[in-house]
Design a protein around this ligand. Structure first.
Ligand SMILES: [Ca+2]
Ligand SMILES: [Ca+2]
Length: 261
């Protein structure tokens, strides 16, 4: 409902003949009924004239501020469907044409649960954003939204975007096959193969994970497979020949996996 601005006047002797007003210093208007005020900030000047033609001192209202339009604003980052890890920046394009944005309040919920939790404190200055430490959350799907409030107190709640939090590196598993002799030495050619998997965002890329055949005596040769998931978590594992050098085939043992950030 657009606000209206009613005026009233009285005169003790000859009576009020007319009441006039100007909006924002514009043309003089005869006042007959409540005046509708457009969105924005306005100054109303008004005065009455009595039956004897006496015009009273003009009055100017306090600034009349009108905002009838809800603000706008949606999540601009991360994008819907994004795989994220570590600490991310959540941003919005909150805006309001008339009274301006008072705050952008960011919230998260487990996907489709609609149990919203504030992310940090509302941001009151553009560009509107907040940091989200995803390591404090269980890996999985989450919805994000922003509630934009304008300076008139009107609010708009955005639609939500869904992200996948994945702070767990892929699993890299070597398999070494061959004819095992004694003391962990292989006495045949040896095949090194790899399995990579990721239960969160999935494996995006692998390096060095092709199956390899060791067909000559070797010691100290290291084979490494690295995998990176779609959120950017990496892991690698290596198998390396034993330092012993006098056997038919080098023994192979698994060393501890390393996780790259
Ligand atoms: Ca507004
Ligand atoms: Ca993962």
């Amino acid at each position: 409902m657009r606000p209206i601005c009613p005026l009233s006047a009285s005169d003790s002797t000859s009576g009020v003949a007319s009441t006039s007003y100007q909006q924002d210093g514009g043309s003089t208007q005869a006042y007959s009924a409540a005046v509708s005020i457009a969105d924005g900030q306005h100054a109303i000047t008004y005065w009455s004239t009595d039956g004897a033609g006496n015009e009273e001192t003009h009055h100017t209202s306090a600034t009349v501020k009108v905002d009838t339009v809800d603000p706008t604003g949606g999540i601009t980052a991360p994008t819907d469907g994004a795989n994220v890890r570590q600490t991310i920046t959540v941003s919005s394009n909150s805006a309001d044409v008339t009274s301006g944005v008072a705050s952008a309040r960011f919230q998260r919920s487990p996907h489709n649960a609609a149990t919203w939790t504030d992310i940090g404190v509302p941001d009151s200055s553009s560009p509107y954003s907040v940091n989200l430490d995803t390591t404090a959350l269980t890996d999985g799907l989450y919805d994000l939204r922003v509630i934009t409030t304008d300076n008139a107190g009107r609010t708009t709640t955005s639609s939500s975007v869904t992200i996948r939090v994945d702070n767990t590196p892929p699993t890299v598993t070597p398999t070494v096959t061959g004819t095992l002799g004694t003391n962990s030495w292989y006495t045949s050619d040896v095949q090194v193969s790899w399995a990579t998997s990721d239960t969160g965002s999935g494996v995006a890329t692998t390096t060095g994970c092709s199956a390899t055949s060791v067909t000559s005596d070797t010691t100290g040769t290291t084979f490494t497979c690295s995998a990176t998931d779609n959120a950017g978590n990496s892991a690698s594992q290596s198998v390396t020949g034993s330092p012993l050098s006098h056997a038919k085939r080098a023994s192979l043992c698994t060393v501890a996996p390393s996780t790259a950030e």
